[in-house]
Design a protein around this ligand. Sequence first.
Ligand code: DGL
Length: 276
Amino acid sequence: MCSKINTFGSMDNRPIGIFDSGVGGLTVAKAIAEELPNEQLIYFGDTAHLPYGDKSKESVRAYSNRITGFLLAKGCKAIVIACNTASAHAYSELKKFYPKIPIINVVNPTVNYCAEKYDQGKVGVIATKGTIQSRIYPRKIVKKNPNLEVPQNAAPLLVPMIEEGFFNNNISQTIINSYLSAKNFEDISALILGCTHYPLIKGEVERFFQGKVDVIDSASVVAQYTKKILKKEGIASEHKKGENLFFISDFTESFEETSKLFFGQKIDLREERIWD
Ligand code: DGL
């Protein structure tokens, strides 16, 4: 049941817009599809500009703004930034540009989850260079809970490695082990997978820590938070309007292959060259 009536009636079946630099954000889309089966999703993966992790703040902001415009033109009622790098660089600006639209990022729900769950100790973060340089996780977590330490390391090889389908093999385990052996990760109680590509290597990360470290992947935390926001805003849907739609800005067969792994099933990827 919706908590309040909106201009679309008590049932708002407009789609939810979700975007990422590529297909990694499909891990978040998958969790949202499972948590909110009555919602239609419109996904946009900016494969023409992948990876965002190495781009300047200004570029990531410009891309995020253009994509949000595209999703709103498709009638989306809320936007989920399914990318940590875009959440770090573009969230505040998008909120300013679109004050009436609920905009959800992947960082804040994860920060709240950690600050509440851990009283003290070390919560580590691995993410792209852009997210690490923004220091968004340490700043926000320590502000909420000053008893926590937040060591962090950029892991720039992981996105291309995962996009190329390298996981659960010797090569991926070697690269993952090398990042996780960092000195500042000694004695961590938890590790945030601060990139939406990383849920695919969650098992390998858990194996490295032999189950002694709580490995946090934000996809399900963000899906639950999205549900809460839709309810609070009175814009949850009771009946799914139509099939989920998936757009990417540059189509290749390899993206089609990888998208199956990220979303857990075959999806129909459509190319939309919004930059032309
Ligand atoms: N999926 C993006 C994130 O969560 C990273 C991928 C990229 O570098 O584009 O930060």
